[in-house]
Design a binder for this molecule. Structure first.
Ligand SMILES: [Zn+2]
Length: 333
């Protein structure tokens, strides 16, 4: 019989306590999809570079990575399985089902628009309980691999939640009630976080299984506090992104939150979802850049420098993910 709480990795369910240090939102492979219309840097299909990048995260002390590419938006099941199998016993990888922001779907003819809500719930449940579609629901043929998704993603837009995104949220909540799967939200530049969390809570999702991403792009500590009072998790996933804000502002905001007792609701990640955000991919073009390991080699020392204790860092990197990423089958309706 299965434990009540487990984490669903690509290679099977594990005891949450064996996850070690967790990067809660990242990318190793991104294959095509609508992001490529925004920038070619979103194309990342080199399994050797991805493996090297993952190894550098392990060398820096990491163990588990949540790769947040949903079907139709860059997810590449075969390449990710190749990496997961290569790192079996060394790293835990979690893959996602679900959606991204509405901009990435045709408002008239995408399956997200035209397929009835409960039928999409069944598609999501199948990815979580039976196995992911190797074609990532790019259709028209569905062929499942015996490897399951361990989290569901939804997206929202800048300052608005689109009707298609409301549909995503209803589907995610229903999928949660059937499976116990954790839910992560892409917020656009950190907006609508409070609203999206409130919507999921109103649909009966446990706050411990709700993770809001990209709030670091809206560096408003009072806004963070208002959101954390709902009981949900915030994943601060963007050190090394000076084009938005310096690391010091993020570190000081995290310190401010920890001082107010929110250390149990904060998660950390790099979200290095572009070619030149990763050291190993950059090196294939002769370029030098920081990568995923930066989270542990540079950002954690800065957290200590601003006065965050090792116990707080352990909560954010090790203990909190055990709660946020666990399936709680006792919550199934
Ligand atoms: Zn991402």
């Amino acid at each position: 019989m299965k434990n009540n709480k487990f984490v669903r990795t690509v290679l099977g369910d594990i005891d949450p306590q064996t996850m070690g240090i967790v990067d809660c939102h990242d990318h190793l492979i991104k294959n095509g999809g609508p992001e490529m219309q925004e920038h070619i840097d979103f194309l990342m299909i080199d399994t050797l570079a991805a493996s090297e990048e993952l190894q550098s995260f392990l060398d820096a002390g990491g163990k588990t990575m949540v790769t947040m590419d949903p079907p139709n938006v860059g997810r590449d099941v075969p390449r990710m399985l190749e990496i997961a199998k290569k790192f079996a016993g060394k790293a835990h990888l979690i893959m996602t089902t679900g959606f991204h922001k509405a901009k990435f779907y045709d408002k008239y003819s995408s399956w997200l628009k035209t397929v009835e809500e409960d039928k999409i719930v069944a598609m999501m449940v199948a990815e979580i309980e039976e196995g992911m579609d190797v074609h990532s629901y790019n259709g028209p043929v569905i062929e499942r691999v015996p490897h399951q998704a361990g989290i569901i993603k939804c997206g929202t837009s800048y300052g608005v939640i689109d009707p298609l995104e409301l549909k995503e949220l209803r589907i995610a909540a229903k999928t949660y009630h059937q499976t116990g799967v954790p839910i992560l939200i892409h917020t656009q530049l950190g907006t609508m976080g409070y609203e999206v969390a409130s919507i999921l809570l109103s649909q009966g999702v446990d706050p411990h299984n709700i993770i809001l991403s990209h709030l670091n792009k809206n560096p408003d500590k009072y806004y963070y506090e208002k959101i954390l009072q709902l009981g949900v998790f915030i994943a601060f996933d963007g050190p090394d992104r000076v084009k938005y804000y310096p690391d010091s502002l993020l570190a000081e905001n995290i310190k401010w939150l920890c001082d107010r007792g929110y250390q149990h609701q904060i998660l950390l990640a790099m979200d290095a979802g572009r070619f030149y955000y990763q050291t190993a991919y950059s090196a294939t073009k002769g370029t030098v850049s920081n990568g995923i390991a930066y989270l542990l080699t540079n950002f954690v020392p800065l957290l200590k420098q601003v006065g965050i204790t090792q116990a707080m860092i352990d909560d954010m990197l090790i203990n909190n993910p055990q709660v946020a990423l666990s399936f709680d089958v006792t919550k199934r309706k």
